[in-house]
Design a binder for this molecule. Structure first.
Ligand code: COA
Length: 249
């Protein structure tokens, strides 16, 4: 378990909070492992009817920790934690609701493709600068993105790396609602309570039909992951990571 992920229960809701504020919730391998474990637990625990994922004020997540990318870029072992987390998202059997405030970079944005309801504050910016980093979109976003947003909007977000404001993300269909910062968590928890009150089997069945083929999704996550790992060792990627890590020096 990671000290940077807090998992709590509130009634029938499992609340997963990313809590590494000093690094804007950049995700480490330990954080991915903790979140994957929580999501997998939810599938098996009848007491949990809905999952909630939150960040800290001003930072949902700055994406994968770039120091971890650099380990792989240098030929090291990246572990399976990211893949396990993404598969846990794809295989999730119960609803996932997010509350997003502020920074939502990389996987901080692509998590939304797996959410049933995403709430974001007006100051939130969704940004997936994958190609600028010499890597590619992940988390099954190359499959879900075009289906959810339309091919061209998905291209603008995922391939061009255009930042999307909360309003634009709402218009594009990436998120469900924009709510004020001080109302965010109450709105998210109220939606979780509404979900938890629904007849269990009917809700799970409706969700499963809407999510679609999870095997195809896992296959795409696997394919993306293989290509992503290869690209992490490219000169373009190494240069981009080095520039970020040395920008303040
Ligand atoms: N990996 C590792 N560290 C990260 C990080 C990441 N993805 N994102 C932020 N951090 C660290 C910064 O290095 C900084 O650490 P320091 O205080 O020890 O120097 C701290 O978090 C705060 O970040 P900072 O850049 O000072 O905050 P900001 O508000 O000016 O900018 C971001 C926030 C998210 C816009 C900016 O940090 C950023 O672009 N991060 C990289 C995002 C990214 O490319 N992620 C990978 C996507 S695939």
């Amino acid at each position: 378990m990671s000290e940077h992920v807090i998992v709590e229960r509130q009634g029938a809701a499992q609340i997963i909070r990313m809590n590494r504020a000093d690094k804007k919730n950049a995700l480490t391998r330990a954080m991915y492992a903790a979140m994957a474990a929580a999501l997998n637990t939810a599938n098996d625990d009848p007491e949990i009817r809905v999952n909630v994922i939150l960040g800290v004020p001003g930072a949902f997540s700055a994406g994968n920790d770039i120091a971890d990318f650099m380990v792989v870029a240098a030929g090291g072992d990246g572990g399976n934690e990211v893949f396990d987390f993404l598969c846990a998202l794809a295989k999730l059997e119960k609803p996932l609701i997010s509350g997003v405030d502020g920074v939502a970079v990389g996987v901080g944005t692509t998590i939304q493709f797996h959410c049933d309801l995403s709430f974001a504050t007006p100051r939130t910016v969704f940004h997936t600068p994958f190609t600028d980093l010499g890597i590619i979109p992940e988390a099954g976003s190359t499959l879900i993105g075009p289906a959810l947003l339309g091919r061209q909007t998905a291209f603008a977000m995922l391939a061009l790396g255009e930042p999307f404001s909360a309003e634009r993300a709402l218009d594009a269909g990436l998120i469900y609602r924009v709510v004020a910062e001080d109302a965010l968590e109450a709105e998210v928890l109220s939606a979780a309570a509404r979900i938890a009150d629904k007849p269990r089997t009917a809700l799970a069945t409706a969700r499963r039909l809407m999510v679609g083929d999870s095997e195809a999704l896992v296959a795409r996550i696997t394919e993306e992951g293989q290509l992503f790992r290869k690209l992490l060792t490219s000169d373009e990627a190494k240069q981009a990571f080095f520039s970020f890590m040395s920008r303040k020096k």
